[in-house]
Design a protein around this ligand. Structure first.
Ligand code: COA
Length: 147
């Protein structure tokens, strides 16, 4: 499913690994146990997921993916709204993520959902961006939504 979602990056200036590598399912078990893994299913198949991690009063979105055949139909926006509501209910103060600044369904999508570019970002977020740059990801930015 993650690889299906990633096919949207075909033709963009991304490292080949973005199109071929995926997180093993067991790596999500910790988020599932913590209640910070959301999935959308269709006839028992996972068609979208959002995995996040708690950092104090900030919830960080580690990964968000909608299977290619389901993209562009509002599922991602609805799922994000669900997560925002969940975080507000639990008195989180911020929602954060890193993403491609100019890919239409990344930076501009999140901006339309209420995120803003986080620059300067706190040290731990800057470290994430540095790690992404070291893996060859270009034009990345941190974004934050004040809850
Ligand atoms: C990003 C993603 C999760 C959004 O989910 P989605 O279900 O496709 O999103 P929605 O249908 O709710 O669309 C949300 C907005 O994104 C934009 N968008 C979605 N797909 C787009 C596309 N292919 N091209 C341009 N804009 C697009 C639109 O502006 C849309 O806004 P609208 O509601 O005003 O039409 C999904 O596209 C995806 O999995 N992409 C590949 C992986 C990825 O980029 N993950 C996020 C990494 S931070």
């Amino acid at each position: 499913m993650e690889l299906s979602a990633a096919q949207s990056f075909h033709g963009l200036d991304v490292p080949a690994a973005v199109l071929t590598e995926f997180t093993p399912p067991e790596a999500w078990a910790g988020r599932q146990a913590a209640g910070t893994l959301w999935v959308a299913t269709d006839q028992g198949r996972v068609e979208a997921f959002l995995g996040a991690t708690v950092h104090g009063d900030r919830l960080h979105i580690d990964e968000f993916a909608v299977a290619q055949g389901h993209q562009g139909q509002g599922l991602g926006r609805r799922m994000l709204e669900r997560v925002v509501a969940w975080a507000r209910d639990r008195a989180f103060r911020r929602l954060s993520l890193t993403t491609f600044r100019n890919v239409p369904f990344n930076g501009p999508f999140y901006a339309s959902a209420g995120f803003r570019i986080w620059d300067p970002a706190p040290r731990e977020i800057a470290a994430l961006l540095a790690g992404e740059a070291a893996r060859g990801l270009k034009d990345r930015c941190a974004m934050v939504m004040e809850l």
